[in-house]
Design a protein around this ligand. Structure first.
Ligand code: HEM
Length: 159
């Protein structure tokens, strides 16, 4: 009394539910892969470095931060989890406590991310998707009026 049809060579395989092609492809693949994300990160850090409001928040040598940001973004877009392999859980809000971040800084950060994505020719639908996700995240980093521990964390591993 099984409802399963008998196996036969002519039996068509059940079709998968219709999905838009983009739903199967990670954001990372849609932007062009890890190399593109690295280029975006380099553009982004160059913009931060030239911003008089944001530059003082960052350490003098930004090379390490640039690398970490690239590893994080690749992972966040669905690529290799190399950031977490090295540093553990991102705990982004906690990791930003040492830096006094206000609403204006969050706005500048997003502005530079938008500029970096467009300068790298990331397709506009992906730019919109990334900014829609990073907008709320950037505003969660705002901690200027909060009593949070400000001591430097460096390259600490968190779980
Ligand atoms: C809201 C404005 C933001 C400001 C002003 C800011 C600033 C900073 C600063 C100063 C650092 C330290 C860099 C270094 O040690 O060289 C940092 C690290 C980092 N930021 Fe942000 N950030 C902001 C938002 C975000 C957002 C939205 C993300 C998520 C995409 C993010 C991801 C990271 C990551 C992954 C690191 C490295 C953390 C670590 O492992 O130490 N930041 N950020």
């Amino acid at each position: 009394m099984s409802s399963t049809p008998p196996m036969s060579g002519s039996e068509p395989t059940l079709p998968l539910p219709m999905r838009s092609p983009s739903a199967r492809v990670s954001l990372l693949e849609r932007v062009g892969g890890p190399e593109v994300v690295r280029r975006v990160t380099w553009e982004f850090y160059d913009r931060i470095g030239a911003d008089p409001l944001l530059r003082p928040l960052f350490p003098e040598d930004m090379a390490n931060g640039r690398e970490k940001q690239a590893l994080f973004l690749v992972q966040w877009m669905g690529g290799e989890p190399a950031y977490s392999a090295r540093y553990g859980h991102p705990r982004l809000r906690r990791r930003h406590f040492p830096f006094v971040i206000d609403q204006r800084a969050a706005g500048r950060w997003l502005h530079h991310m938008a500029g970096a994505l467009r300068a790298t020719n990331v397709p506009e639908p992906e730019v919109a998707e990334i900014l829609a996700a990073l907008g709320p995240l950037a505003h969660q980093m705002v901690n200027a009026d909060q009593d949070v521990p400000r001591e430097p964390l460096g390259d600490v591993r968190m779980d």
